[in-house]
Design a protein around this ligand. Structure first.
Ligand code: HPA
Length: 278
């Protein structure tokens, strides 16, 4: 459990290392999607281990480096890798960087991930904008004493993902010649992939994709009144939809293939955010 002073400590450590830098957008780069961070030339790179209380990821494809840069004219924090509940972190630990970013001035969060397609009409390699999520009774980052400095005890979750950001993301994609899907993300803790029976049930209950991340960060950002954009790369058809056994290697291979388009798309989205705020 964290207290407000823990978030303040991490934010002031970063502020001291980055004098005068006020980030506007936090981008969390999901499994296999961290390449954008490598391509940024002018940047300050801070390993998570140097930031007080920041959880340090061990998952494959998650480097654990905070990249501080100006991208498309927007001061951004890029998280190259995130932590997950399946690594043994609590939901509050997984979401810790969101509140740190909020205290630094960030009001827009772009959460990206690799996920499995539950909607049989979707295909591997497509992107999906998250319109909503289903978390059911899993871990919850907001359990514990409420931090009133961030938001209310009983936060509304009826519009976690910003409609406006989704429109902008769709327009940015059109400019690159593709149309992302839109749908509901079902959260599982992992680390195992789901069973075919689970996937059939999730589909009946309204899921379009399934993954092991994003939801705690999205809830924490929504609690703090931040604008959230969620983007899934569909790296595989979920269990039982295709007859192939699932593997982490398949997820990373699909992410690698989509990396160039993904990176161009994020830059275009940031350009739109920059233009809008001028
Ligand atoms: N299930 C859960 N998480 C995932 C999947 C999946 O099929 N693919 C990528 N992340």
């Amino acid at each position: 459990m964290f207290s407000l002073s823990d978030y303040e400590e991490s934010a002031s450590c970063l502020k001291n290392r980055l004098p005068g830098f006020v980030p506007k957008v936090l981008v969390v780069l999901g499994s296999g999607l961290g390449g954008l961070g490598d391509r940024v030339k002018e940047a300050v790179r801070i390993p998570y281990g140097e930031i007080p209380h920041f959880p340090v990821s061990s998952a494959p494809g998650h480097k654990g480096v905070l990249i501080v840069a100006e991208l498309a004219g927007v001061p951004v924090l890029l998280m190259q890798g995130r932590t997950h509940v399946y690594e043994g972190f609590s939901a509050a630990e997984v979401s810790f960087p969101i509140r740190t970013a909020k205290l630094m001035g960030v009001n827009t969060v772009i959460l990206t991930n690799a996920s499995g397609a539950v909607n049989p009409g979707f295909s591997v390699g497509e992107f999906m904008l998250l319109s909503d999520f289903i978390r059911l009774p899993w871990a919850n980052a907001l359990i514990g004493p409420n931090e009133d400095a961030f938001g209310p005890r009983f936060p509304d979750m009826s519009r976690v993902f910003s409609e406006r950001l989704r429109i902008e993301a769709r327009q940015a994609a059109e400019g690159l010649g593709f149309l992302p899907r839109e749908g509901v993300y079902w959260y599982c803790t992992g680390p195992n992939f789901e069973t075919p029976a689970e996937i059939r049930a999730f589909r009946i209950l309204g899921a379009d994709a399934v993954g092991m991340s994003t939801v705690h960060e999205a809830m924490t950002a929504a609690h703090a009144g931040m604008d959230v954009l969620g983007i899934s790369l569909l790296t595989n058809m979920a269990a039982g939809i295709s007859q192939q056994p699932l593997s982490g290697e398949e997820v990373n291979a699909a992410a690698e293939k989509a990396a160039a388009v993904f990176e161009a798309w994020i830059i275009r989205i940031l350009e739109r955010i920059s233009d809008r705020d001028k």
